[in-house]
Ligand binder design. Structure first.
Ligand code: ADP
Ligand code: MG
Length: 542
């Protein structure tokens, strides 16, 4: 402003205009410069963008190539896997087939081995021992918990199992006790879900043997409540047996065996067989005839004795033998007899049998002809009748029954025209009393006396088996009425099957181990080949 002092307005205006033009020029120059710079920068950016895009597309192509390769590889992999899978499937199918073949072969081998084992058992006269483990039942828990609690408790308490159909496994570890893990082998082991059918299927061949001329004895051994009576007879309805129960699948060995025997007899020539039944109880070392009748025909139990005959066989003089014609007559008599059997509820089981029950089915076979062989004299009942002698034997026929109002056996005249021999074979079915110790059953007084008699008779049985096993010259059959009565069956005159019954609960561990020990010892007894009764024409024994 100092330069403007003293100048005229025109001069000032001219000066301002000149300065404005100059500034305009400068501004347009700057703008041009700026434009150029921006353009340059934009060009540079565009270039780098372009190269970046190029790079990106290159990368994209590269990556998509890799991806494609990967997809291809994956597809190939899947294809390979599919092929491999198919191969595996084929292999699995092959394996399955060969497994099936092996299983079939194994089953066949097992059967062969069983058959061989059976022949060996037969040859050595071994006692067959089968073992049945019953299911856990509500009464196994005496404390009376609710069912669900019971199941929980009991399932954890189970200690005896069927490891397979020949092995029992006892496994138990309790605090304060040495743990047990022990196996026992038997001819057959039934698990807790095996039915009465399965049990009988293994018994049936013995009945064929019976008809082929062998004596047979089937004996149930085990503590009270282990299922002896269930196995031998079937379930009890309020302490009684209903052999006609609707559900036949529940029937035990005795009713089934009877039906089978009569079925087998029905296949034989008529009139050549007759069947008698006797029912005996051994209670407090006394023998009672459960089919004896008083003078009014009422059945009552009467004391009998067992003696040894001159031939060295055991016999019960005056024992009632009732002739029966069919299974239902047989079972009717057995049922009547059993109703007289002494019972005494124990802590273990309310329907405990305090006696040994021996049901005997005797088959008398009439054999015609000369060809009796040499050993027929052994037969107590054998008779040789000459051509001209008439021969009487007891046979209850329908005609004779209608003629006799009593309905009991009546002799039938038989006109013998040739040599005749009677051969008797015997099926003894034994339901032993409980093998538990005194402490377990919690009994006192008279029941304690019963228990000690039971224990004594069962140890006598074990002693007898021990003596036979050791081939001692003296076998102490007469130490107890039970062993004296069963002398012939136990001593080697019969194919003997011991059916061990086991309660699976931990509570019964001691008793179960005792029973398994008994069975193991019984199995080792070799009595020599069981003799066949002398039939002239016999079929092959089972
Ligand atoms: P034991 O004669 O040995 O004293 P029981 O045969 O009377 O024993 O059996 C005791 C209880 O167990 C009975 O109520 C019986 O029905 C039941 N029982 C035994 N074995 C079986 C089984 N295998 N399946 C189902 N219930 C059984
Ligand atoms: Mg019983």
């Amino acid at each position: 402003y100092q330069g403007l002092a003293g100048r005229s307005t025109n001069e000032v205006l001219q000066l301002y205009a000149a300065r404005g033009g100059q500034q305009k020029l400068q501004r347009s120059f700057l703008v041009t410069q700026l434009h150029r710079a921006i353009k340059k920068r934009l060009k540079q950016d565009l270039k780098s963008l372009h190269s970046f895009a190029l790079e990106l597309s290159k990368e994209f192509r590269r990556q998509s190539k890799t991806c494609l390769y990967q997809v291809l590889a994956a597809v190939q992999g899947v294809q390979l896997q599919n092929e491999a899978m198919q191969m595996f499937q084929v292999k699995a199918f092959d394996l399955e087939q060969s497994l099936q073949e092996v299983t079939e072969r194994y089953e066949k081998e097992k059967q062969k081995r069983r058959a061989l084992h059976n022949s060996l058992v037969e040859l050595r006269g071994n006692i067959r021992v089968h073992c049945r483990i019953r299911p856990l039942l509500p009464f196994d828990d005496a404390a009376g918990h609710s069912i669900s609690e019971d199941r929980q408790r009991n399932s954890s308490e189970k200690v005896a199992y069927a490891a397979d159909d020949e092995t029992v496994l006892v496994k138990c570890s309790r605090p304060g006790h040495a743990s047990i893990n022990k196996t026992f082998q038997f001819e057959r082991v039934y698990n807790d879900s095996e039915s009465q059918d399965a049990v009988f299927a293994d018994v049936a061949p013995l009945l064929t043997s019976l008809l082929d001329g062998y004596n047979v004895c089937i004996m149930a051994y085990g503590q009270t409540g282990s299922g002896k009576t269930y196995t031998m007879l079937g379930p009890q309805v309020e302490g009684n047996f209903a052999f006609t129960i609707e559900d036949e699948s529940e029937l035990g060995i005795i009713p089934r065996a009877t039906q089978e025997v009569f079925r087998l007899i029905s296949e034989k020539p008529p009139g050549s067989y007759w069947v008698e039944v006797s029912v005996v109880e051994v209670y407090n070392n006394e023998i009672f005839d459960l089919l004896a009748k008083d003078s009014y025909g009422k059945v009552f139990s009467i004391k009998r004795d067992v003696v040894t005959t001159r031939e060295g066989k055991s016999d019960v003089p005056l024992l009632t033998h009732e002739t029966v014609e069919n299974a239902s007559e047989f079972l009717h008599l057995v049922k009547k007899g059993i109703q007289l059997r002494v019972r005494h509820p124990t802590l273990v089981h309310a329907h405990s049998s305090r006696s040994h029950l021996v049901v005997t089915l005797t088959i008398t076979t009439v054999v015609f002809g000369d060809n009796f062989g040499t050993s027929w004299e052994d037969e107590q009942a054998s008779q040789r009748v000459n051509k001209d002698v008439s021969f009487t034997f007891p046979q209850k026929t329908r005609e004779s029954r209608s003629a006799s109002s009593s309905g009991t056996s009546s002799p039938v005249q038989f006109e013998a025209t040739e040599k005749i021999k009677q051969v008797k074979t015997r099926l003894q079915l034994v339901d032993l009393a409980g093998s538990e110790c005194v402490g377990m059953s919690g009994v006192t007084g008279a029941a304690l006396r019963e228990t000690s008699f039971i224990n004594r008779s069962l140890s006598a049985l074990a002693d007898v088996l021990g003596a036979i096993a050791e081939q001692r010259s003296h076998v102490p059959y007469r130490n107890s009425k039970l062993t004296h009565l069963l002398q012939d069956s136990v001593g080697g005159d019969a194919k003997l099957l011991v059916m061990l019954c086991i309660s699976p609960g931990q509570k019964y561990l001691t008793e179960s181990m005792q029973s398994l020990g008994f069975g193991t010892r019984a199995r080792q007894v070799q009595r020599g080949q069981v003799k066949k009764k002398n039939f002239p024409m016999s079929s092959k024994a089972k």
